[in-house]
Design a binder for this molecule. Structure first.
Ligand SMILES: Cc1cc2nc3c(=O)[nH]c(=O)nc-3n(C[C@H](O)[C@H](O)[C@H](O)COP(=O)(O)OP(=O)(O)OC[C@H]3O[C@@H](n4cnc5c(N)ncnc54)[C@H](O)[C@@H]3O)c2cc1C
Length: 107
């Protein structure tokens, strides 16, 4: 749907074209990619975060924003993978109490 709507509004989609650098220029911005240089009046950085680099989001957007003069708050982890090496398999279907929360200890 996003692709269809974007194209119907005249957007050009460029894939396999990694942005390596952005810069301010007189009439807007320049965007250097692995394939070409693009000049644009406006620039939206939508390169995602850093929580899962395998998805292609390596945190480049933070670097781009900083290079344009924005202050970037250092990212902190908010997602953590949980593994149990199969030890919790026997707990399937069991209910675990919310002990910490029930005791009102603030956790
Ligand atoms: C493990 C995990 C589970 C999640 N589960 C949920 C869930 O259940 N529900 C939910 O709502 N959200 C979930 N999220 C969060 C959700 O995935 C993100 O909030 C959302 O994808 C962010 O969208 P975005 O468009 O900002 O960035 P992204 O989806 O990360 O898109 C950024 C795009 O920019 C591209 N890009 C990055 N750098 C460059 C570059 N230099 N040049 C060109 N392209 C570049 C990337 O390849 C990517 O395609 C989860 C996230 C993770 C990591």
């Amino acid at each position: 749907m996003l692709v269809r709507e974007s194209v119907s509004l005249g957007a050009q989609l460029l894939t396999d074209n990694k942005v390596t650098q952005v810069a301010v220029e007189t009439a807007g911005f320049s965007v250097q990619t692995t394939l070409q240089m693009i000049h644009a009046r406006r620039l939206v950085i939508a390169t995602g975060g850093v929580s899962w680099p395998q998805t292609g989001s390596m945190g480049d957007g933070y670097r781009f924003a900083e290079s344009l003069g924005h202050a970037v708050t250092p990212p902190r982890a908010c997602l953590a993978a949980a593994g149990d090496s199969g030890k919790l398999g026997g707990l399937a279907g069991r209910h675990l109490g919310r002990q910490g929360a029930d005791e009102g200890d603030g956790r």
